[in-house]
Each structure stands twice: as structure tokens, then as C-alpha cells.
Design a protein around this ligand. Structure first.
Ligand code: FMN
Length: 219
């Protein structure tokens, strides 16, 4: 059985998505006759070839992070590259892993709905979406769940619903947890990397810009 594991992180091999893919592959390899191929979706000039490989696989799992509350644009570009294959994907099982830095599951629920609908539009079989909040801490327990997700994916070619419940502890932080998170997020530990990045891109002076805020009408 042929599997294609797609890494949808702009950071490619150096990011958390790659570690998730490695864990999945380890779990899948607990079975015999599994052939695993990997693709990096940050190689955008190879999307057409990757789409053809996906169309030829029995199963594909696409792993990507949330960047600024959204699916990375290069993942969207890859999905658009699948259009010519619509009509020939009925034997493909398609699953997704969405992972992010903030701990709440709620920010990934909209993209989860989209992924289910996308699979329907592509005419493939939906294997489910695993959501991992708090992805910056790739803890040992998390890696165990990822391996289990891979191992239990076969033979049903779908994520185990019981395991999906265990991937992220809660949908929303409690009011107290939310306040604590606000305080932690304002500390130098979390702010420094963002400030450095803003400065490196000459955008520090515009860090509070609100370009989409409605403006009062001109008189
Ligand atoms: C530019 C940027 C934007 C991000 N935006 C979000 C976000 O909106 N919500 C969130 O929970 N995490 C966000 N994160 C954290 C990433 O989702 C998280 O670190 C993830 O594990 C990165 O995966 P990767 O290493 O495979 O790219 C962001 C990270 C970066 C670098």
C-alpha cells in the first residue's frame, strides 16, 4: 500500500510538521507492505509532480501548521494543483494534521471543516483531521499519540476517533487560563523573537498598524 506524506510547513524539513511526519511514518511502518513517500510542499515549483504522486497513492496525509490563524498559502496553492485530478481520486484516502502554537483547538475548527469539504469536492475518501494545539512543545506524550495515529491508521485508512479526542486537551482556555496566557505572551521570552523578526523586516514601526479597521467617513 502506497502512502504519500506531505509536509505543508514553510519551514520544510526543519519544522515541527516534519517531526510529526516522522512519527506518523514510524507508526505506519509497524505494518507490512507499506511504502511511504514524502513531499515538501514548500518546493512550490514541484507542486504539479507532487499532485500526480498524490493521485497515484492509496493514501495521502497532509500535515501543516497554522500561520497567522490560517493554512499556509503554499498549501492552498498545492490544493489548487489537484484540480486536474478531480474525477480520478475515488480510491484515495485523504487525511490531515493541523498543528499550531497556541493551545486552543478552536482556532483550527474552521480549517477542519474546510478540509472535509475539500476532500468531498476532490471526490476522495475523508480519513479525518487531527488537530494539535500547542505545537511548539513537541512533547514525548504528543509524539506517542502521533505514532499511535499512524499505527492505527491501517487497515481502516482513517484516524482513530478515540485518538483524535486526545490530540488537544481543550477547545478553549478557561477565563483564568486566558488571562494567564495574556500575561505569559507579553513577556520578553515570547515577544523577543517577534520583535527581532519585525525589525529584520523593517516593520517594527508599524507593529500596531490596523489597515483593515473601518475609518470614519471623510467630510
Ligand atoms: C509567522 C508565524 C505565524 C504563526 N501563527 C500562528 C497562529 O496564528 N496560531 C498559532 O497557534 N500558532 C501560530 N504559529 C506557531 C506555529 O503554528 C507553530 O510553531 C507550528 O508548530 C509551526 O510548525 P512548522 O515548524 O512545521 O512550521 C505561527 C508561527 C509563525 C512562524
Amino acid at each position: 500500500m502506497q502512502f504519500l506524506l506531505c509536509n505543508g510547513s514553510p519551514r520544510g524539513k526543519t519544522g515541527n510538521s516534519e517531526r510529526i511526519i516522522d512519527g506518523l511514518a514510524e507508526g505506519l511502518n509497524a505494518h507490512e507492505n507499506i511504502l511511504i513517500e514524502k513531499v515538501l510542499l514548500n518546493r512550490t515549483n514541484e507542486h504539479s509532480e507532487a499532485a500526480a504522486r498524490l493521485a497515484g497513492a492509496d493514501c495521502a496525509i497532509i500535515v501543516f501548521p497554522l500561520y497567522t490563524d490560517a493554512m499556509p498559502g503554499m498549501v492552498m496553492a498545492f490544493f489548487e494543483e489537484l484540480t486536474p485530478h478531480i474525477g480520478s481520486l475515488s480510491n484515495l484516502s485523504l487525511g490531515f494534521i493541523v498543528q499550531s502554537g497556541f493551545p486552543e483547538k478552536i482556532q483550527s475548527l474552521a480549517v477542519e471543516k474546510y478540509l472535509e469539504r475539500l476532500t468531498e469536492l476532490l471526490g476522495a475518501r475523508y480519513s479525518g483531521t487531527a488537530i494539535f494545539g500547542g505545537g511548539m512543545g513537541m512533547r514525548k506524550k504528543r509524539m506517542e499519540i502521533i505514532r499511535e495515529l499512524g499505527a492505527s491508521f491501517v487497515p481502516g485508512l482513517a484516524f482513530d476517533p478515540v485518538l483524535l479526542e486526545r490530540t488537544t486537551g481543550f477547545v478553549r482556555l478557561s477565563p483564568v487560563g486566558s488571562k494567564v496566557m495574556g500575561v505569559v505572551a507579553s513577556t520578553a521570552l515570547l515577544q523577543t523573537p517577534w520583535i527581532r523578526s519585525l525589525k529584520a523586516n523593517g516593520a517594527y514601526g508599524r507593529r500596531d498598524a490596523r489597515p483593515y479597521e473601518p475609518q470614519p467617513p471623510h467630510l
